[in-house]
Every structure is written in C-alpha cells, then in structure tokens.
Design a protein around this ligand. Structure first.
Ligand code: G3H
Ligand code: 13P
Ligand code: ZN
Length: 350
C-alpha cells in the first residue's frame, strides 16, 4: 500500500469516532516496533519525524525505511508526517521527500522556542497550506503554545501560560484552511509534565470542547500526550536511571479528548522511556554483553508493547482494513474543487 494522506486517515477516524496515535521515530527499530504493533492490533498509523529525527537518520534513510514499512505491511494504512516543522522550507523539503503530511508549527518562531505573533503564524501556515494542498499533502497547524523546552519544542513553563483562545483558533482555521489543528490545553512535551497526579481539572477540556463545536471539520491534535507510566519510570530507575518523580497525561483525559474531536494523539516520551528502560536492564543485568542486538531487540519489543497498548486505548485498533487509500493526486483535486476544505465558511463546497 502506498503511503496514505494523513487527512484521509483522520477523516476515517472522525467517521469511526476514534483517535490515531502519531508516534515519533528516529531509526529502523522504532519503525519496526510501530509496524509490528500496527499489524498485531490491525491499526492505521501515523509515523512522524521531527527535524531532529530527520537530521539524525538522514532524509534518504528515513524515506526508504518508510517505503520498506509500506511494502512489508501492505494491509496497514501509513501516513508519514513532519512533526513540528519550523519554517516553510522545512515543510517544503518534507513534501519533496515524500511525506504525506506536514506540521507547520507557526506558534513559535523559527528557533522553536520564542512564541510568534498571531499574524506571523497565519502568514507562514497559509503559505504551507497552499503549497501542500496543491500536492494533496495534509497540513497541521498550531495555535497557542505548548509548555516544556527539554526537546526544543515549546515555550517553556507548565503548559498553561499560552493556552489556546477559542476565538483565535476559529479565526486561524478560517484564514489558513489547515486540515488539523494542534491546540494548547495544558500539556507539555517531555517527561516532566505535572508534579502531582493530575485530576480532571488540570487540562482545559472545556476549551477543546468549545473549539470542536465551532470547527467540527478541523481535526484536533493533542501534543505532549505521553502518559509517562509509573512502571516505565520504575524500570529506568531500577537499573541506574535518575528520573525525578513525574506524572503524564492520564489515558482517560486523552479518551475524553477523542470523544470531543481529537483525532491525532502525539506520543514520543513513553516510547523513549520504554526503550531506555529495556536497554538499561540488559546492560545492568548482563554487563558482559556487547552485541547491540542483545539490547536493541528487548528495546524494540518494549516499544512495540507501549504502542500496541496506545492503539487499543485510542480506538484505532481493528480499523486498518476499513478503507482503500485515496491517492495524493486525488486528494489534490479535492482541495482544488473545495470538497476537502474544512473551513466553516466552505460548508457549501463540501
Ligand atoms: O515534539 C517533540 C518530539 O518528542 C520530538 O522530539 O525534536 O527531540 O526529536 P525531538
Ligand atoms: P510527548 O513528549 O508527551 O511524548 O509528546 C510528543 C509530541 O507531542 C511530539 O510532537
Ligand atoms: Zn509536539
């Protein structure tokens, strides 16, 4: 199966009332872990690469690994997505490489740290939408700013400093025509999201619900959605790690989001923890080992387990065979004739 447009994947998720995990990758083992989890659970899947991942793996390696995944798992619809594109050029190069979806994160300036103005965000995102849609490629934008800077994405702080204003979200979606919109409702990237167990009032679900009501055709995206499970933290620390006490986003909150328009759920940290814990365990228990396969195989298995669990929790499990992929060229026609336009003002064209 060729790589599928993320828009189609999310449209199908909206019809089915489920969410789709978007898992970050940097190497072959992570792609293998995701694909095995997708096969086991029969899930459509979004695989995403950050700018850092593209630099680490090199574009051509990454692209061919993705092609290998689509050849080896023909029954699984796969969208390949640029995570946190920081500029028009980053998104353009991803599209030229063969990504079927890009995020233009114009909520921050090109440095990935400094919040940008609303007008700057609209301008750069609109430019990306025009370029991408003409080629049938999906665009995710972001309005409001996530917390956390440990991964270089986010404005720092707790995640509640730049919560999305629903009026701005509506104006942003209308002026840019993005297919998917990441909103800031109190989550942050990385392992250190909350210093105590968050209750239902911590995340601004009321804002999410309001935005979904006003933008029913724009798919909502939750970044910073790792749950940072205690058992994964414990394994890392049991074998010499030094993680400080921390809490992530409870699965029930993500599921509440999914019932209210969240279609894409970004997870990276949980997989990082699973991989690191598994590698630490092998090296700690059998320090005489030095064949990388001795620790990369358990690491890959540990990531697969987390991904399969999330696929079931987000509801995408069992939906891989629901639909046939629409080619990128067909998607481009749908954008050109307005039938794929998600803006409230374009209701007549849909
Ligand atoms: O959004 C951030 C993802 O976890 C990717 O992080 O930029 O360190 O690859 P990265
Ligand atoms: P986590 O750090 O919570 O896994 O979030 C990942 C993310 O949002 C990638 O864009
Ligand atoms: Zn993110």
């Amino acid at each position: 199966m060729p790589l599928v447009s993320m828009r189609q994947l999310l449209d199908e998720a909206a019809k089915g009332g489920y969410g789709v995990g978007a898992f970050n990758v940097n190497d072959m083992e992570q792609i293998q872990a995701i694909m095995e989890a997708a096969r086991e659970t029969q899930s459509p899947v979004i695989i995403q690469a950050s700018r850092g991942a593209r630099a680490f793996a090199q574009d051509r390696y990454l692209y061919h690994l993705m092609l290998a995944a689509s050849e080896l798992y023909p029954e699984i619809p796969i969208a390949m997505h640029q995570d946190h594109g920081n500029s028009f050029e980053t998104c353009k190069s991803a599209i030229e490489l063969g990504f079927t979806s890009v995020m233009m994160d114009g909520s921050l300036k090109e440095d990935g740290k400094t919040p940008s103005s609303f007008e700057e965000n609209v301008e750069v995102t609109k430019r990306v939408v025009e370029f991408a849609h003409a080629r049938g490629v999906t665009v995710e934008g972001e309005i409001g700013v996530l917390g956390g800077i440990e991964d270089g994405h986010g404005a720092g702080g707790t995640g509640l400093e730049h919560v999305t204003d629903p009026d701005q979200a509506v104006e942003f979606a209308e002026r840019t025509g993005v297919d998917a919109l990441a909103i800031a409702i109190g989550t942050s990237h990385g392992a250190y999201k909350f210093t105590k167990k968050p209750d239902g009032s911590v995340l601004k679900m009321d804002i999410l619900i309001d935005i979904h009501k006003r933008l029913p055709h724009t798919h909502l995206v939750m970044h910073g959605s790792s749950s940072v499970p205690k058992d994964l933290q414990a394994i890392v620390n049991q074998y010499g790690g030094k993680l400080k006490e921390t809490w992530g986003v409870p699965i029930e909150e993500i599921q509440l989001g999914i019932r209210n328009g969240v279609r894409k759920v970004n997870v990276d940290t949980d997989n990082r923890l699973a991989i690191t814990g598994a590698i630490r365990k092998v090296l700690w228990e059998t320090p005489e080992k030095f064949d990388p396969r001795d620790y990369l195989k358990p690491a890959r298995d540990a990531m697969k387990k987390v991904v399969a669990q999330r696929m079931k929790e987000f509801g995408q499990a069992g939906h891989a065979g629901d639909y046939k992929p629409i080619s990128i060229e067909e998607m481009a026609k749908g954008y050109a004739d307005g039938s794929l336009d998600p803006r409230p003002s374009m209701a007549g064209a849909r």
